[in-house]
Design a protein around this ligand. Structure first.
Ligand SMILES: [Zn+2]
Length: 464
C-alpha cells in the first residue's frame, strides 16, 4: 500500500482481537437494563479494581466513535460534541480539552488497548454502578441528549451555522463521522479504484477536530487514516472538498467492491457500514455471479430425435432461452449463452467459452433417448466440485418436471469434465418416450422447468 507522506502523525486504527476470553469472562456489562454481549474475544477485565474494556467494545457496543493513534498511543472517543482523549499509561485524560485525572490509566494487554469503562461512561453522561457480587457493571444513559450537563466544546460551532465535523474514525466495518448534526450526507461508490465517497454538505472541520485528528498542516484541510484490520478497506481520506458551499468529503479506499449502508442519527453521528456478512472472515464483495447456459447440439447436429420426429436441439434451445429470460431479471447474475439460436459449437468451444468467462456455474441442457419405456429426469456431473450443484438443481428440476426421478449421476461428458467451474448436464426427459416427448415440447412444462432450474441455481449460488 502506498503511504502518502503527511506532516502530522497518521492516525492508525489497529484493532487486534486476541482471544483471552477466560481471564475475566465473568464480568458482565448491562446497558440500560440489557446485557451487552461481549463476543469474539473481547472481554472486560478487572485491573486495580477497575473494570477495563477493549476500545473495540466502546465503539461496537456503546456506539461511540473511537479513534486510535498508534504513534502516540492515544485513544480518542467521540460522541455528539464530546471528545475524550486518553493516552496509554497516562493517568490524565482530557474531556473536551480539560484535564481530568484517572484512577487507572489505559493499558495495552496482549495487543488490545483497554480503557476504564466507568470514566468513559460518566464522561459521556451515563450513570454507572457496580455489583461486586455478580461482577456486573450497570450503565444507565440519562437520555434526552441535550441535557444541561452537556459540556460544550470550546470554540466549535459557536460562530458558524455550518455542520461541525468533530471526528472521523474507522472501526471494524464502520466509518463513523461525528458531527454537530443537521447535515444530510450523501454517499456513492466509485470504481477504478474502488472507493466509497461521503459528502457532507454545509460542513466544516471544527476546532475540536483539528485538535484531535490528523490534518495536513500544509493545507490544514486534509488528512487520512490507514485502516489496518478490516479486509478490503485500505484507508480513509478526508478533506474540505469545496469551500463554497463548504463541503467535507470523506473517501474510503477499498481494495475490492463492497456494499455499504449510510445512516445518520439525530445526534449527528454519520455511519457508513460496510458489508458485514463476513464477520471475521473476508467480506463477500457484491460481484455478479456468471452463469453459462449451454443448449446442447444445434444446426447440423439435431441431437436425439423423438418418437414423433421432434429434435432434441430445438427443445434444448427453447428451454435455454426461457432460463436466460428468467436469469436476466436477476441483478446478481450475469448470464452467458453458448448459443441463442440454431447455431453449432464444438464441445471444446463451449468449454473454453465458460472457462474464459471464469463462470461460476455451467449448465448444459439436453434430452435423453433410450428404450421406449425409459422415462424421467436425470442430472450428470463429472468433478466432485459439481456434486452439490447437481443435487440442488436436480431437486428443483424433478419437482418442476413431474417426471420420474432417475437421480443424480456421474458422467464423462466433455462439457462438464473439461470446464473448471461447477458444471452439470441435465437430461430433462426421454424423447424416445411418447409421454416425455409431449411434455418436453409443452410450453407450460418448459416454463415450469425453467423456473425450477433457476430456483436451484439461485439456491446454489446463494442469490436471494
Ligand atoms: Zn443431447
Amino acid at each position: 500500500m502506498k503511504k502518502l507522506k503527511i506532516l502530522v502523525a497518521l492516525l492508525c486504527f489497529v484493532w487486534l482481537f486476541p482471544g483471552y476470553g477466560q481471564a475475566a469472562a465473568n464480568i458482565k456489562i448491562y446497558l440500560d437494563g440489557s446485557q451487552v454481549s461481549l463476543s469474539s474475544g473481547a472481554s472486560a477485565e478487572l485491573i486495580s479494581n477497575k473494570v477495563m474494556i477493549p476500545i473495540r467494545v466502546v465503539s461496537e457496543k456503546l456506539g461511540y466513535s473511537v479513534g486510535w493513534e498508534q504513534k502516540t498511543k492515544t485513544v480518542t472517543i467521540i460522541q455528539d460534541k464530546k471528545v475524550i482523549k486518553m493516552v496509554v499509561g497516562k493517568k490524565t485524560a482530557t474531556v473536551d480539552g480539560s484535564n481530568i485525572s484517572l484512577d487507572t490509566a489505559p493499558i495495552i494487554k496482549k495487543g488490545t488497548t483497554l480503557v476504564p469503562i466507568r470514566f468513559i461512561a460518566e464522561a459521556m453522561g451515563m450513570k454507572v454502578s457496580w455489583n461486586n457480587q455478580t461482577k456486573s457493571v450497570y450503565l444507565e444513559s440519562q437520555n434526552s441528549g441535550s441535557g444541561g450537563e452537556t459540556i460544550q466544546p470550546p470554540a466549535a460551532g459557536s460562530e458558524s451555522d455550518l455542520t461541525q465535523v468533530n471526528g472521523i474514525s474507522f472501526s471494524d466495518s464502520k466509518l463513523m463521522i461525528a458531527t454537530s448534526g443537521g447535515a444530510v450526507p450523501s454517499a456513492f461508490a466509485m470504481t477504478s479504484p474502488n472507493r466509497v465517497v461521503v459528502d457532507i454538505p454545509h460542513s466544516e472541520f471544527s476546532s475540536l477536530f483539528e485538535g484531535t485528528q490528523a490534518l495536513d498542516l500544509t493545507k490544514s484541510t486534509a488528512g487520512q487514516i490507514i485502516v489496518d484490520g478490516y479486509p478490503g478497506v485500505e484507508k480513509v481520506r478526508y478533506a474540505l472538498f469545496s469551500e463554497s458551499p463548504s463541503t467535507i468529503r470523506v473517501v474510503v479506499d477499498l481494495s475490492k467492491a463492497m456494499t455499504y449502508k449510510l445512516s445518520t442519527t439525530s445526534a449527528g453521528l454519520i455511519t457508513v457500514t460496510f458489508n458485514t456478512s463476513g464477520g471475521e472472515t473476508t467480506p463477500t464483495p457484491t460481484v455478479k455471479k456468471t452463469v453459462v447456459i449451454d443448449a446442447g447440439h444445434g444446426d447440423q447436429d439435431p441431437g436425439a430425435i423423438g418418437v414423433t420426429g421432434k429434435r432434441e436441439k430445438d427443445f434444448n434451445l427453447s428451454l435455454a432461452l426461457k432460463i436466460q429470460q428468467l436469469l436476466k431479471k436477476e441483478s446478481a447474475i450475469n448470464v452467458i449463452m453458448t448459443r441463442d439460436d440454431d447455431n453449432f459449437l464444438k464441445l471444446s468451444e463451449r468449454v473454453s467459452l465458460a472457462n474464459k468467462a471464469k463462470a461460476d456455474l455451467f449448465l448444459s441442457i439436453h434430452a435423453n433417448s433410450g428404450p421406449a419405456a425409459a422415462t424421467g429426469s436425470e442430472t450428470y456431473y463429472n468433478r466432485t466440485n459439481s456434486k452439490s450443484l447437481a443435487s440442488t438443481v436436480h431437486k428443483y428440476m424433478v419437482q418442476a418436471a413431474g417426471l420420474k426421478d432417475r437421480g443424480v449421476k456421474t458422467g464423462n461428458f466433455a462439457v462438464i469434465r473439461d470446464t473448471t467451474m461447477p458444471a452439470i448436464l441435465l437430461e430433462v426427459g426421454f424423447l424416445s418416450n411418447k409421454n416425455d416427448e409431449a411434455a418436453l415440447f409443452n410450453e407450460t412444462f418448459q416454463n415450469r422447468v425453467a423456473e425450477g432450474v433457476v430456483k436451484g441455481m439461485k439456491e446454489y449460488l446463494n442469490v436471494k
